[in-house]
Design a protein around this ligand. Structure first.
Ligand code: FAD
Length: 492
């Protein structure tokens, strides 16, 4: 049995929802039988970041349908009804188990063959398992991962049963940090264990990390850094202790694992060109090495104009939204894109944007933290203020701002930072602009930011973040005697 569609979106996550909306808008609607989304999840596409934030709240938690795409971009809420009304076939709870790009067909686990004229691959990424690092116990009833709704439901259930108990969080990246905050809200005592020197070590400088670690410590979170969990003691199907490399034993009522993710590219092994670090290689219009296939979101490695056309892959929601829209408009608007005639573009005009919200804190990062020669911190890093406001800028060649981090910034303040990175403003220009926009928090009472940029070489702190990233990966490899997979840039 089989069905045929003009467009098939494989994967039903963030990018799928945004691609569908864009296709509908460009076409002023699609005809029934023209567009299909295949997802192994049981629900229509939703804003995945909600799972580690609103979804985990002990009171007033976010629940579907409230966070279906595309509400995260203040756009339409695409419920199952919306797809139905727009003639889009949602094939849910169905996994594609193989893809034949020569025949333009996908085989599902229900035995159906679905064919396409144009395929948009939006399969996202999967959470790395402890077993991939030689540690067993993932299947215990109180061990939680967090990638999809099913994981989030399990975590909510386990947290409720552990009220007043204790949790070990393995990993100090986004998932670890956001889940730790949720556990605290559920009045669960948290110990975080990770091999790096500080939390979020692929993005944060030691100074930024110090602020968040102090903040978490004040909330009762304990940090055990520079080591790893080497085994989990399981009794009656539940973990009772996490055992560290140095033999320390941490009794616990539950475990949360956030040790990285890996792009879901397996269906296309040997059929599509991939990037050495694990994504499907696409051009500036998100088209893969097969002209009928586009890849978007976490799974796509695309050339970024801002970085001179360097191929990058991001695991961030803003990237999923923008690459999805980009692919949809390229497919429908630009015949050249589907005819194999790529314009000689330097890359997709995309400014990387990452964010997180934990407790009462909220940070954003724009740009690149890998190319900077130096980092300048500004603002008040003391743990005291109820609404902390500080930041950092990564400075590259010629004193140009390559990346900006802001904690507690308003929308206008963030726009200022984004625009400075996009333009390649100098630090002096950024400092002036921040001041003009009333961003007084960015310049300390002694005009620190400006003074630093004027005093050539006189930076308060200095490190290449590329080195920090390498150290982070090396730490995992060292602690787990690890043989294989590449740890991705983000810990989602
Ligand atoms: C808990 C959590 C919190 C996050 N928080 C943030 C945040 O605060 N800020 C931020 O910028 N980013 C955040 N992210 C990252 C962001 O959600 C992702 O970058 C984004 O979801 C990527 O969208 P995507 O469509 O590429 O992949 P996904 O949203 O992961 O969707 C992929 C879909 O494909 C399906 N699929 C995969 N393989 C198959 C198959 N063979 N057959 C059928 N279906 C398949 C999956 O089940 C899933 O539905 C978070 C991620 C997680 C997991």
């Amino acid at each position: 049995m089989g069905r045929a569609f003009a467009y098939v979106i494989l994967g039903g996550g963030v990018a799928a929802g945004y691609a569908a909306l864009e296709l509908v808008r460009h076409r002023n609607g699609v005809s029934p039988g023209e567009l299909c989304i295949i997802s192994d999840e049981a629900v229509a596409p939703y804003e995945r970041p909600a799972l580690s934030k609103g979804y985990l709240l002990p009171r007033g938690a976010a629940r579907l349908p409230a966070f279906h795409t595309c509400v995260g971009a203040n756009d339409e809420l695409l419920t199952e009804q919306w797809y139905k009304e727009h003639g889009i076939e949602l094939v849910l709870a169905t996994r594609v188990i193989s893809a034949d790009l020569r025949r333009k067909t996908l085989l599902t686990d229900t035995g159906e063959t679905i064919s396409y004229k144009t395929l948009i691959v939006a399969t996202g990424a999967r959470a790395l398992k402890l077993e991939e690092f030689g540690v067993g116990g993932s299947h215990a009833a109180n061990v939680c991962y967090l990638r999809n709704l099913e994981d989030a439901d399990k975590m909510v259930g386990v947290m409720r049963s552990c009220h007043g108990g204790s949790a070990v969080v393995i990993g100090g990246g986004y998932i670890g940090m956001e889940c730790a905050a949720a556990l605290v809200a559920h009045e669960i005592k948290v110990t975080m264990v990770f091999p790096g020197k500080h939390c979020m070590d692929r993005l944060f400088t030691p100074k930024i990390a110090e602020f968040y670690e102090k903040y978490y410590t004040a909330k009762g979170v304990a940090f055990i850094k520079g080591t790893a969990v080497t085994s989990l003691e399981v009794s009656d199907g539940k973990v009772t202790e996490a055992i560290l490399r140095d033999g320390r034993r941490l009794p616990c009522d539950m475990v949360v694992v956030g040790i990285g993710a890996r792009a879901n590219t397996g269906l296309f092994d040997g059929q599509l060109a991939t990037e050495k670090r694990g994504g499907i290689k696409v051009d500036a219009r998100m088209r893969a090495s097969d002209a009928a296939v586009y890849a978007v979101g976490d799974v796509a490695a695309f050339p970024v104009a801002l970085f001179g056309g360097d191929l990058r892959r991001f695991e961030h929601v803003d990237c999923a939204r923008r690459t999805a829209r980009r692919a949809a408009s390229a497919i429908l608007q630009d015949p050249a894109a589907s005819n194999g005639d790529n314009a000689k573009e330097e890359g997709f005009d995309y400014l990387p944007f990452f964010y997180s919200r934990v407790f009462a804190l909220s940070w954003q990062f724009y740009g690149d933290n890998a190319a900077g020669d130096a980092v300048i911190h500004f603002g008040d890093f003391s743990p005291g203020p109820a609404a902390p406001r500080f930041g950092a800028c990564w400075v590259g060649a010629g004193g140009r701002v390559g990346g900006v981090f802001l904690e507690g910034g308003t929308r206008e303040q963030s726009e200022s930072a984004a625009s400075a990175v996009r333009r390649g403003a100098t630090v002096a220009e950024l400092a002036g602009e921040l001041e003009r926009r009333g961003l007084t928090f960015a310049v300390d009472p002694e005009g620190r930011l400006r003074r630093d940029c004027i005093a050539a070489g006189g930076y308060a702190w200095h490190a290449t973040v590329g080195v920090a990233a390498a150290v982070s990966i090396a730490a995992f490899v060292y602690w787990y005697g690890w043989k294989a997979p590449y740890v991705l840039k983000r810990d989602f």
